[in-house]
Design a protein. Structure first.
Length: 262
């Protein structure tokens, strides 16, 4: 019964649902980037800039309104922003740069996720998003002025070019806003496992939206990832319960010893 409760607790279900929500958001960013690439637009830092700007304005307004000191020193947020911007640059819409850059970008994503988990548990989500957005916008602006200035000048800004930019920014804003919640509830491992299903959602979209045929192995892979998410999430809950029981037992034993000594 304990295992059943651990697998299907409210916290577990929330973590699973939010994990698939951000997975769909990542899939949306992939389709937006593909559309931009199809139009010959290659400006990954510029795509992320608008997201950071939205985070800075929306969450920064709450931070300014509260007039409270930062719970974490600003330079930690600056380092996180640098890592996050470069992760988006290397692993975003630039797979043509080679497998090594994709691996480097994935590594930076992992570092960013773990760092966010640490910061959101030490501070809070609003402060994290505000500072990440602020420093991310500054770092992105500097990088755009060096690497993507000519690319932006050459873009013919039609509705077909603007809409993918806006769609990417909105999806990333929702993604960044949801990720700290998952990190606080389930941790960075659960987040990264959830993102494994993004390719599977892309396959389903291609099937139903574009009527493309895919290999049946994709569905087996999707099911395997889903089962793994449930087992990991439920196992984490069980481990937490065991730890609580162990701590309570140790406390009872110490109480008995203290009584005997007295």
């Amino acid at each position: 019964m304990a295992r059943f409760d651990g697998l299907w607790s409210k916290k577990t279900l929330i973590g699973l649902v939010l994990g698939q929500f951000v997975s769909l958001l990542i899939t949306s960013t992939g389709f937006s980037s593909s559309e931009l690439s199809r139009r010959g637009i290659n400006a990954p830092t510029s795509q992320s800039f608008l997201n950071y700007l939205m985070l800075a304005f929306v969450y920064g307004a709450f931070v300014i309104y509260r007039k409270r000191r930062l719970q974490i020193d600003w330079y930690y947020y600056l380092m996180l922003a640098v890592v996050d911007v470069e992760a988006n640059f290397l692993a975003g819409s630039n797979p043509v740069k080679g497998d090594m850059l994709v691996i480097a970008g994935s590594t930076l994503y992992a570092v960013s996720n773990v760092s966010e988990e640490f910061l959101v548990k030490k501070a809070e989500r609003v402060e994290l998003m505000a500072m990440l957005g602020t420093f991310g916008a500054v770092v992105s602006a500097c990088q755009i002025s060096i690497l993507e200035r000519n690319e932006l000048k050459s873009i013919h800004w039609t509705a077909g070019a603007v809409l993918p930019f806006l769609g990417f920014a909105l999806a990333m804003f929702l993604f960044y806003s949801t990720v700290p919640v998952i990190l606080k509830i389930s941790g960075s491992t659960m987040l990264n496992l959830s993102l494994l299903t993004s390719d599977m959602w892309a396959v389903l979209i291609r099937i139903f939206a574009y009527h493309q045929k895919v290999d049946w192995m994709y569905f087996i892979a999707f099911g395997a990832v889903a089962v793994g998410l449930v087992i990991y999430s439920g196992g984490s809950k069980i481990d937490a319960n065991i730890a609580q029981v162990a701590e309570a037992k140790e406390g009872d034993e110490e109480s008995v010893v203290n009584n005997l000594v007295q």
